[in-house]
Design a protein around this ligand. Structure first.
Ligand code: SF4
Length: 379
């Protein structure tokens, strides 16, 4: 496939790997921020091809995984109400709340629908004026612009029976929280390329300077990730701490100005709890005062739901890079994709799901399944 296979070329991957091996002289710990990058790394066995001294730590960048339990419970409460049509992307339906998930709400008669765009939900609201239609708006800076635009459209079109349960999160405050944690081992970041395609890179130099940490904006294909690792390791070996853009085909320093304007109009920054991690100041967006009538949390008065994370699930440690998924006692035994205890086992970007899908049932290396890159001349 054009523009995809080029970034999976085994010979170029070999060359990048040789360079990484040649420049590495000491142990380094790099965090890939995004769950999409984690899946690519585990799927292609990239972490196993790197020098032993280079460790990839999986970060908190899975939007489904970090959506707080209280927000899931609010979604379940709203979706259970008579007359409501609750619309969501598919991977939220199996995320466990305190005592059930959205699939179970649907099996008990709730009208829960999978949509592929927030605009689908708005259309459903226009087609069902007698019903309340709610869209579950979660995610990082990547999914926030279309959600913002949908609320903007709802107001413009005067669609009053549409609202959004918003749980958007922002990457830079999460990097700050990770770096100020006493347990932090991260020495460099592979920043999420798709987030930067929206927001640009302007928020990162201050973080790189303050924490003396290299930040390399990185894409998602194997060659993108290897190039991100190569640049990060070179900086670490030289004692640099700069922001570099290794995803220039998608990311400009200023990001996407139209999307950023839409975000600034519809959302305002707020403190946000992250599942398993806790509240990170200024790490989220909520609807701004003008669009507050479209806020499902206010419309359905579900602001005061208290929750308790299940003790068996250690996804908070997984999301902070303190624990690898297969090191969790429940991994692959009481917790599987069919019987998930935490969102990181459910989401298509969750680290636990990646380890379960691609290998790691019996140990970090020995049980590895063959991957595209390992089966190629690279390996
Ligand atoms: S394996 Fe399951 S229980 Fe363990 S951290 Fe991952 S989601 Fe939670």
């Amino acid at each position: 496939m054009k523009y995809l296979e080029e970034f999976q070329d085994p010979r170029l991957a070999r060359r990048l790997l040789d360079e990484i091996h040649a420049v590495t002289t000491r142990p380094w710990a790099l965090m890939e921020v995004c769950g999409g990058q984690t899946h690519s790394i585990i799927r292609h066995g990239i972490d196993q091809l790197l020098p032993e001294q280079v460790e990839l730590i999986h970060g908190p960048g899975c939007p489904v995984c970090v959506t707080p339990l209280e927000t899931i419970d609010k979604a379940l409460e709203i979706a259970s109400r008579p007359g409501v049509i609750f619309c969501s992307f598919g991977d939220m339906l199996r995320v466990p709340g305190s005592d059930r998930d959205l699939f179970q709400v649907r099996s008990h008669g709730g009208d829960v629908r999978v949509v592929y765009s927030p605009l689908d939900a708005l259309r459903i609201a226009q087609q069902n004026p007698e019903r309340e239609v709610v869209f579950f708006g979660i995610g990082f800076e990547t999914t926030a612009p279309p959600n913002a635009m949908t609320v903007y459209q709802a107001e413009k079109l005067g669609v009053k029976n549409f609202s959004m349960l918003v749980s958007h999160v922002r990457v830079p405050p999460a990097i700050e929280a990770l770096m100020t944690s006493p347990d932090c081992r991260v020495q460099a970041f592979l920043a999420a390329g798709h987030v930067c395609s929206v927001m640009g890179t302007e928020e990162y130099p201050e973080l790189a300077e303050r924490f003396r940490v290299p930040i390399v904006v990185t894409g998602f294909e194997p060659l993108d990730i290897l190039e991100g690792v190569r640049r990060a390791v070179i900086q670490l070996e030289r004692g640099d701490h700069r922001v570099e853009n290794a995803y220039e085909r998608a990311v400009r320093p200023e990001g996407n100005p139209a999307a950023r304007r839409m975000l600034a109009d519809v959302f305002e920054v707020t403190d946000r709890p992250w599942r398993g991690i806790g509240t990170i100041p200024a790490s989220g967006w909520r609807l701004s005062e003008r669009y507050r009538p479209y806020d499902a949390e206010h419309r359905f008065e579900v602001g005061d739901i208290a929750t308790q994370e299940p003790a068996a699930c250690r996804s908070g440690e997984v999301l902070q890079g303190l624990l690898k998924p297969h090191e969790c006692e429940a991994f692959g035994t009481t917790c599987t994709p069919r019987t998930p205890l935490g969102a990181t086992m459910v989401s298509s970007e969750g680290a636990c799901a990646a380890y379960y899908l691609y290998r790691r049932l019996g140990g970090p290396v020995a049980a590895a399944a063959p991957t595209a890159m390992e089966a190629s001349p690279v390996g």
